[in-house]
Design a protein around this ligand. Structure first.
Ligand SMILES: *Cc1c(COP(=O)(O)O)cnc(C)c1O
Length: 358
């Protein structure tokens, strides 16, 4: 096992990539049937020692979340929509027969970690702290049954932009061979087992010069769903009244907090937010006749990232709009970034300020 050494941590904080510039601490809580959740313990971020026969390792009884905290222009650090992430974490763990962490305990753990580690975050507005709550089954047993003990661990790393610090554009690759999620499955929750099965398609996408794979519905392989770590939007038209469209939640898409935020920001900016089932054929045709002028991916990690090209080995490749970032995508991205930094009104109370621990 490798851990992040001090010199590499300092370098990584100055020049964050994505996923390795961990901050100094973690928050731990343990659960048992008799005792419930323990009080949160602050620990230095260091290796765990686990038994090789731990249920979480073998049967994937593991759920997680991902949310960010940003430095606002007034210098304070605020987590974005932690209560919504807490509730999604509860849904994910419930789906895997795991105990729920109370919403307040989730939010308090985030406040505790950000209180200790917020100095890792520079004033660079492109940087943020990505928080990773994790719950895993700790019983030592190879019996095929749910664990009776669990550990919650909250860790964080300093993140730059997911695709680099500037607004980069991406190309996407349609996965016709595999499926990410199916009705009655687990595609609508954030559990560890959903991700490794997408790595092969991600590799195929990269081999084709793309940054992300697009997943189609598993039953008909006809409708566009999401990107396996980000939701997607199409834009019809530009300027006020433009339709900002995202595939509807059919139970096989992960209900992104960013997706929900973008739908609400779209309304505030005078666009028409819509959720629809969109087929791959319709998407292609609407790009060809100019109805769809922009496409973007969104997620906690990706923020809003314009999609400019599609590689489809079955129906043929195409370019979206003029092949560059479009105005509606950029306006939504700007609004989201301004909201994160406290520069846009926050009527919903989405920002959760975490004071430094002193
Ligand atoms: C986390 C995730 C997203 C994005 O969700 P956010 O809450 O916006 O970060 C989209 N799809 C999948 C499969 C995810 O795991």
């Amino acid at each position: 096992m490798t851990s992040v050494t001090e010199p590499s941590r300092t370098k990584a904080v100055a020049d964050p990539g994505h996923g390795e510039a961990f901050t100094d601490h973690m928050i731990l809580m343990d659960w048992s049937e008799t005792g419930g959740w323990t009080r949160p313990e602050v620990a230095p971020l260091e290796d765990f020692s686990v038994h090789p026969g731990m249920i979480g390792l073998h049967y994937g009884q593991v759920a997680f979340e991902g949310l960010k905290a940003h430095r606002r222009t007034d210098g304070s650090v605020a987590a974005f929509r932690p209560r919504d992430h807490a509730r999604r974490f509860q849904r994910s763990t419930r789906r895997l027969a795991m105990p729920e962490l109370p919403e307040q305990a989730f939010v308090d753990a985030i406040g505790l970690l950000l209180g200790l580690d917020q100095d890792s975050l520079s004033d660079d507005p492109a940087h943020s702290i990505y928080l990773r709550p994790l719950m895993f089954a700790t019983d030592v047993s190879l019996m095929l049954r749910p664990s009776r003990t669990y550990r919650f661990a909250l860790m964080a790393f300093v993140a730059g932009g997911f695709f680099g610090d500037d607004v980069e554009t991406v190309n996407v690759w349609i996965s016709h061979e595999h499926a990410r999620a199916f009705p009655g499955g687990t595609g609508d929750v954030k559990i560890a087992g959903n991700y490794a099965p997408t790595f092969l398609a991600q590799r195929q996408a990269e081999a084709a010069g793309c940054q992300q794979a697009i997943w189609l519905d598993a039953e008909e392989h006809r409708y566009i769903e999401e990107m396996g770590g980000m939701n997607m939007f199409l834009v019809r038209g530009s300027g006020p009244g433009a339709e900002v469209v995202t595939p509807e939640l059919t139970g096989t898409l992960l209900p992104g907090v960013t997706r929900d935020t973008v739908l609400k920001l779209a309304e505030r900016l005078g666009y028409l937010p819509r959720t629809e089932r969109v087929s791959l054929d319709q998407w292609r045709a609407e790009c060809a006749d100019g109805t769809v002028s922009e496409v973007f991916a969104c997620g906690t990690a990706a923020v809003v990232t314009p999609v400019v090209g599609v590689r489809d080995t079955v129906g043929g490749d195409w370019t979206i709009g003029d092949g560059g970032a479009g105005p509606v995508s950029l306006a939504l991205r700007r609004a989201l970034v301004d909201l994160h930094h406290g520069e846009l009104a926050d009527p919903e109370g989405w920002l959760h300020v975490c004071r430094p621990a002193r």
